[in-house]
Design a protein around this ligand. Structure first.
Ligand code: SF4
Ligand code: SF4
Length: 443
């Protein structure tokens, strides 16, 4: 049997726990009576609010306009009235203004059949402008504006465009469901992308633990005679990380501080490709996304299509509430996600999952002293020394930590996962990076 490709250095095998939801089709989550829509849901400058308290808004109407090249529009996920403009904290530490919209009035799109738009005559520039207006960002969690990612520097060649269907975080299966349920839409989105990037090769990466998705994508390509190479990958975390997926597929390494385009590649998550289809072919801004609600403490795990701005509490209730009190609620996956402290926290464009985890699932234990076992070093896929980085950050030596590679850290969580002393290594990296960026801005 052919050996499956993977990245060569480090990585871990956390329990997948995808069986809790992987066979459950995507369902529409109920519409929130109050949507809390943050103006900063992407990397780059926040959108500028263009509505006031008391304004009546329609579903999909622009409520935040982009404020520069690295910025995108924010749209009302529901029809209603602007009730309040509120300052909120997101679990990833971002503080942002949010537009709170009380549900009222008629839906423009929900339950109505959508006409497909002829987009073939649009230029690449017009398509990219449309992405920015429609609020398209990377939906694998990075939330980088897609029109920026798809604007490679002049003279660079896109050899590989990679559709990333790896979804290597435990529990999460919404991308898996998209590949089974939205295959036509994903390949229509790919046609739009080909027009913009004109890649020499298209690769479709899927981890081998999704055989039905691999078969669905392969048979779609066969039936439609598509020039797409479907690449099943070995199951290993963090296989879905851009750098690791490119190493596994092409053997090339993105340089330190560099981008995939430096090795001739652009990578997009399947959810992003589906959002591109909806934006261009259906003229639908990014107002909802697929996500998984799961974890040992959730009564009825589910894959949902939820409106941006839906509070976490509503989605947990929709899944039957708790079967036991969770020890921790996480937004995203258990390896890279952020702890939710306030159940009013809204779903954003980057929310791939909501997990309510039991004590047994989070391996909680008291932190002890480092025993210099070296496990964290052996699992770091980037060849960093997490123990040293943590120590430098702990001693407030941010300059030293940056020199030792802190900014290359992808916050994948492998080091913390294996640390027998339960040292919060990733939290240390995150803090160090944030303080370094703050200091640099000040300087
Ligand atoms: S969190 Fe950072 S330091 Fe730790 S294993 Fe991942 S990349 Fe390496
Ligand atoms: S895994 Fe933990 S205990 Fe072992 S060297 Fe790294 S920080 Fe120290």
């Amino acid at each position: 049997m052919k050996r499956l490709s993977t990245f060569p250095k480090g990585g871990v095998h956390p329990p997948g726990r995808k069986h809790l939801a992987h066979s459950l089709p995507l369902q529409n989550a109920s519409i929130p009576s109050l949507s809390i829509v943050p103006l900063s849901q992407h990397i780059g400058s926040p959108a500028e609010c263009v509505v006031s308290v008391g304004d009546v808004v329609r579903e999909g109407m622009l409520i935040g306009k982009p404020t520069g090249f690295v910025s995108v529009g924010i749209h009302s996920p529901v029809p209603g009235t602007v009730k309040e403009l509120r300052r909120i904290h997101l679990p990833n530490g971002v503080q942002t203004d949010a537009v709170c919209i009380e549900l009222a009035g008629e839906f423009d799109r929900l339950g109505k059949s959508q006409e497909t738009v002829e987009w073939e005559n649009m230029s690449a520039k017009e398509l990219l402008d449309l992405f920015a207006q429609m609020g398209i960002v990377g939906m694998g969690g990075a939330t980088f504006p897609t029109h920026v990612k798809f604007s490679p520097p002049k003279g660079s060649r896109v050899e590989f465009f990679v559709i990333n269907g790896v979804e290597c975080e435990p529990y999460l299966c919404a991308d898996h469901r998209l590949m089974l349920e939205k295959i036509r839409e994903i390949f229509e989105g790919l046609r739009v992308i080909r027009k913009i990037l004109d890649p020499e090769q298209v690769l479709f990466a899927i981890e081998a633990n999704k055989p039905d998705a691999i078969e669905a994508v392969m048979s779609y390509c066969r039936q439609n005679v598509l020039d797409v190479k479907v690449m099943p990958l070995h199951v290993k975390y963090p296989q879905g990380d851009e750098k690791q997926v490119l190493k596994a597929l092409t053997g090339r390494e993105v340089p330190s501080g560099g981008l995939p385009i430096d090795i001739g590649a652009v990578v997009s998550n399947v959810g992003t490709v589906n959002a591109i289809y909806e934006a261009v072919c259906l003229k639908k801004p990014l107002i909802e996304r697929a996500l998984t609600v799961s974890g040992g403490a959730v009564k009825n795990p589910a894959n949902l299509k939820a409106r941006i701005g839906t509070p976490v509490s509503q989605l947990l209730e929709e899944c039957g509430g708790f079967s036991e009190m969770p020890e921790k609620i996480v937004m995203g996956g258990p390896m890279m996600g952020f702890t939710v402290l306030d159940l009013d926290t809204p779903v954003t464009k980057g929310t791939s999952g909501i997990l309510a985890l039991t004590g047994a699932e989070i391996r909680s234990a008291n932190q002890t002293a480092c025993i210099s076992c070296g496990s964290c070093i052996s699992v770091c896929p980037l060849g960093l020394n997490p123990r040293l980085l943590y120590k430098l950050v702990d001693h407030l030596d941010y300059g030293g930590a940056v020199e030792a590679g802190l900014m290359d850290c992808k916050e994948c969580g492998c080091c913390g996962f294996v640390c027998p002393a339960h040292i919060p290594l990733v939290q240390g990296m995150r803090l160090g990076k944030r303080i370094h960026l703050k200091n640099r801005k000040k300087a």
